[in-house]
Ligand binder design. Structure first.
Ligand code: DAT
Length: 178
């Protein structure tokens, strides 16, 4: 993977993908290993008053994106942040040194989301989102192609190799920016 120029001594990493693909599980491990700060955008928005009205159709609150970006700016400029969110097009492109898009086969994702209690339209929409690779396309449209990486996240072995791959990349980045 290509090394970005050293504008930050520590890289910022985006981990994105449809809900249920394994972002939190992966980020938790990477954060533990690297000591980087893991920010789950949903929680951050809640804690920092960056939510607007409730979306009745999807039964979830709507992000106030401008406010969120203002709130996060200082943290991001320090580097060493892992951002975890099921979307990536509204963040400033300059924030990220690398973007990982996790992918999961439909049948597995279906089971994971059912277990999470999703049903009806919410379940169907999320499965469709994965089938149409909506978030992969979004990432490719929003960031330089060479920093966007698609990772399979179907099995615990996938998870392990993804953790390894991302942590090796972080090590290289840190070495190159010493
Ligand atoms: P997300 O944060 O993308 O919504 P998650 O980390 O909460 O996803 O994972 C959803 C569920 O799927 C959780 O029970 C853990 C499981 N899971 C995630 N990635 C997996 C993988 N690569 N192999 C097996 N199970 C996985």
């Amino acid at each position: 993977m290509e090394m970005p120029s050293g504008k930050r001594s520590k890289p910022n990493i985006m981990v994105t993908g449809t809900p249920g693909v394994g972002k939190s599980s992966l980020c938790e491990q990477i954060s533990e290993i690297t000591g980087f700060e893991w920010i789950q955008i949903g929680n951050f928005a809640k804690e920092n008053d960056c939510l607007d009205e409730f979306d009745e159709e999807y039964k979830c609150p709507v992000l106030n994106e401008d406010r969120l970006i203002d709130e996060l700016e200082e943290t991001m400029s320090g580097g060493g942040v892992i951002v975890d969110y099921h979307g990536c097009d509204f963040f400033p492109e300059r924030w990220f040194d690398i973007v990982f898009v996790l992918r999961t086969d439909n049948t597995q994702l279906f089971d994971r989301l059912r277990q999470r209690g999703y049903s009806g339209k919410k379940l169907e929409d999320n499965i469709q989102c994965e089938i149409f690779q909506t978030i992969l396309e979004e990432a490719k449209e929003s960031y330089a192609q060479e920093i966007v990486h698609e990772l399979q996240s179907n099995t615990p072995e996938d998870m392990e190799s993804n953790v390894e791959r991302i942590c090796s990349w972080v090590d290289l980045f840190l070495q190159n920016n010493e």
